[in-house]
Design a protein around this ligand. Structure first.
Ligand SMILES: O=C(O)CCC(=O)C(=O)O
Length: 246
């Protein structure tokens, strides 16, 4: 990881609920992640349970890999590196627990969009000390479906939801944000750059209609002091049953 200005990261994250960190992974780490993901899809995925992946509508291209913290020791070890844990501890206000390692592949031409949502509608934790580190493995451009976030939205509650019918993103917001796209934070990233977003930050992304994929690797952490919120969990369970992820 690059030398970090932790104070600046904390300040931006607290204010906006999303922060960008350039060169979070080195070029060598990005190359190793890409090679490992390609190998995993080619050699291991068929032997994993159905909930290890969500496919795009073509039925053959990977939209998401899930539960890599269980299925892939190399990627788990990367997420659990000391530098990352130290940074995350200050953002989740406690001891970080790695909750998930996953991908949003957004493949060329067939990569689907992600509806407006807040992650805590899925994570259901209280207090909401949970976040996602979203690491670009491919360049993220205005054209290939960058993640847009509504700055400051983490300071409100979890807004009303509705089942989205989108495989891999079963629960969306009942109403999209009224903040115009041009005022939202747009995560334009070079390979190795990352964003970190709070679990209540409203975000979404468009389909990828370009000829280049937009692969993102995600590390999700929670503070060890967080608990499941039963009310949020009941709403999520109903949506996940209506649209199973795999
Ligand atoms: O990668 C995307 O397009 C969406 C990612 C997302 O929803 C998330 O990081 O929680």
């Amino acid at each position: 990881m690059n030398n970090l200005n932790t104070q600046q990261i904390l300040q931006d994250y607290d204010r906006d609920g999303v922060v960008v960190i350039r060169q979070f992974l080195t070029a060598d780490e990005v190359a190793a992640v890409r090679a490992e993901l390609e190998r995993y899809i080619r050699e291991d995925l068929a032997g994993r349970p159905a909930d290890a992946a969500t496919m795009e509508a073509d039925g053959k291209t990977v939209r998401n890999l899930w539960r890599l913290e269980l299925h892939n020791p190399k990627l788990r070890a990367l997420a659990e590196g000391d530098d990352i844990r130290t940074l995350i501890a200050s953002l989740v206000h406690g001891e970080p627990v790695l909750a998930a390692v996953e991908t949003f592949n957004k493949p060329a031409r067939v990569g689907s969009g992600v509806p407006y949502h807040q992650d805590n509608a899925y994570f259901c934790r209280t207090p909401p000390d949970m976040l996602t580190v979203w690491i670009a493995i491919d360049p993220v451009t205005p054209e290939n479906g960058p993640v847009f976030s509504v700055k400051g939205s983490h300071r409100g509650g979890v807004l009303p939801t509705k089942p989205s019918g989108v495989r891999g993103n079963s629960i969306g917001m009942a109403e999209p944000s009224t903040v115009p796209l041009k005022e939202q934070f747009c995560g334009l990233l070079a390979p190795g750059d990352a964003t970190i977003h709070h679990c209540k930050t409203i975000h979404h992304s468009a389909p990828n209609t370009t000829d280049r994929s937009r692969l993102g690797l995600l590390f999700v952490f929670r503070g060890s002091h967080t608990q499941t919120d039963p009310a949020l969990k009941a709403v999520y369970a109903a949506a996940a049953t209506a649209t199973p992820p795999a």
